[in-house]
Ligand binder design. Structure first.
Ligand code: SAH
Length: 234
């Protein structure tokens, strides 16, 4: 049978104001911002298709190709950078059940991506108010297995170590020594923006026994990592 042709307009949606469709926005974000720029890990791409970024960030364009404010003067990175760090930090043997430490909870979005991948996540945040909001957002999005700790992440969280993966989502002059000590000697991977306050180089550290191999990658801009083994600030 032939269906009558009903124009979109008849239903009140013009092309410019189609109804909100976060799943469609995420599919587009994954194709245009992640895949097109070389993020190829299928598990990472799938996690980005699922995690509701709009639950974690405020504003008109939660799936836009840019960083966004998350409160207390902090920002969440653009989706591509979150994807890049996640892909780089993938533990040998995969994410499933892997002990993972994030420094800089911010909105909780990166932690949600890691949780969606199956990681066993502890995330540290120095601002109590951000930690509180992130806990709520993670709960709202259904990620109740993420542990959020308020404290100075440059000291790490020895109770949960060793970590298969550590992602530091704030920039500092060097990788804090405690984090290197808490990295799994059996192939643990750490990703951190290392450099000055204005810009840093995304850096990957791989640990095998007492041997640390460090690789400097592309330039990035992150908010400062403030703490005992990081920068000074308030
Ligand atoms: N990963 C976050 C964005 C991080 S922004 C997200 O997905 O939204 C960087 C965060 O690091 C900020 O919230 C800042 O308060 C926090 N931070 C900076 N120094 C820190 C430290 N020493 N310990 C814990 N958190 C820190």
């Amino acid at each position: 049978m032939r269906w009558p042709r009903i124009s979109r307009r008849r239903w009140g949606w013009s092309e410019a104001s189609s109804p909100p469709d976060p799943a469609r926005d995420r599919a587009r974000m994954v194709a245009e911002q992640l895949e097109a720029r070389g993020i190829s890990d299928p598990d990472v791409l799938q996690a980005f298709r699922i995690v509701p970024r709009h639950t974690f960030v405020d504003g008109d364009e939660p799936y836009g190709d840019h960083a966004m404010p998350v409160g207390s003067g902090q920002t969440i990175s653009q989706p591509y950078v979150v994807g890049r760090m996640t892909q780089l930090g993938r533990p040998r043997g995969g994410w499933d059940g892997a002990r993972t430490l994030e420094i800089g909870t911010g909105s909780g979005y990166q932690a949600a991506i890691l949780s969606e991948l199956g990681a066993d996540v502890t995330s540290m945040e120095r601002h109590e108010s951000l930690a509180k909001d992130a806990r709520q957002r993670l709960h709202d999005a259904g990620y109740d297995n993420v542990e959020i700790v308020v404290g100075d992440g440059t000291e790490g969280w020895p109770a949960g170590s060793p970590y298969r993966s550590i992602l530091v989502t704030a920039g500092g002059p060097s990788v804090p020594q405690p984090l290197l000590e808490q990295l799994d000697p059996d192939g643990g991977r750490l990703v951190m923006p290392v450099g000055g306050r204005e810009h840093q180089l995304l850096t990957l550290v791989e640990r095998n026994g007492d041997e640390l191999r460090s690789t400097e990658l592309e330039p990035v801009v992150f908010v400062p990592l403030i703490g005992r083994y990081g920068l000074r600030g308030d």
